[in-house]
Ligand binder design. Sequence first.
Ligand code: PEP
Length: 229
Amino acid sequence: MKPLLIANWKMNPLSLEGAIKISNNLPRDKAEIIICPPFIFIEKLKKILDIGIGAQNCFWEEAGAFTGEISTLMLKLMGVTHVIVGHSERREIFKENNLIINKKIKSILKEGLTPILCIGETKIEKESGETWDVLKKQLKEGLTGVNRDIIIAYEPIWAIGSGIACSSDVAEEVMVFIKKNTFFDNKILYGGSVNSNNVTDYPSFSGFLIGGASLNPVEFNKIIEIITQ
Ligand code: PEP
């Protein structure tokens, strides 16, 4: 099976031209690549490049008085196939809890799209030995009533954007833990400071959720090259 690469661009780049530049030369035949750009670029990128497009967020109601939100149905109508939920930046900055995340996952599945549930512990939780409890709670509450396989991304928060990726051994342990604590045959990705030097450290993962390195086309192509050799 082709490795799955989810590119989380976060709030980048500033222009559509920049977005096209980053994504127009990816070797799409080698890996399954899903670009998750800011909402405002989704429709145009889909039309211009015909690439796999995901969203970085969604709202669970279809339409109505929800100022500033974009519904899962709207995303589906734009051609989005995947939606990231539970990213640590949304949990921390926007105070999204497991209940909210669960509602989002259910709306994504209802529309026939694929949720990418991010789970991971903070540095403090890791150092105080709480990793397993945190991950268990995120999985249990985030997936309550979810009866289909989804994509789960293990993203230790201390590894995101820090340049310090999770060690191969620990990531492997977490992978076993996720499998034990979930039903269904979920795809499991690793995310957190992935680059062309460390991407081979996670051989049993189905692929990667990549932030910073996915904004650099040379580095992103190199990663794809390495994992598909
Ligand atoms: C992310 O934000 O999901 C992420 C993995 O970022 P980075 O690759 O930059 O650590």
